[in-house]
Design a protein around this ligand. Structure first.
Ligand code: ZN
Length: 99
């Protein structure tokens, strides 16, 4: 369990660095705050079935958010924006392959 958590923390740090510690919705700095990890494609069962765990759990599917509000705004709902969601999933898959 601890190893899994450490790996997760490492990935979160990687995400914050990639996003320059800025909320990817409003641009606010999250340094010294309690930043959130927004999932662009949701972690819901339906979403997982549609796009697969490799996409949903990828760092490329995560964005830094400063608040729950921004977290929600970063989400891409495949029910209302199916084309964009599919495009985004393809992009994540390509980035995953690159490693
Ligand atoms: Zn924000």
């Amino acid at each position: 369990m601890k190893i899994k958590k450490d790996a997760e923390t490492k990935l979160l740090m990687e995400m914050y660095e990639r996003d320059n510690y800025m909320c990817q919705y409003c641009g606010k700095y999250v340094v010294g705050k309690q930043p959130q990890r927004a999932h662009v494609l949701s972690q819901g069962k339906y979403s997982r079935r549609m796009f697969g765990d490799a996409v949903i759990d990828s760092i490329h599917n995560w964005k830094t958010a400063c608040s729950l509000e921004c977290n929600n705004k970063l989400a891409l709902n495949h029910a209302t924006r199916p084309v964009e969601a599919q495009d985004f999933a393809d992009k994540v898959r390509r980035l995953n392959e690159r490693g």
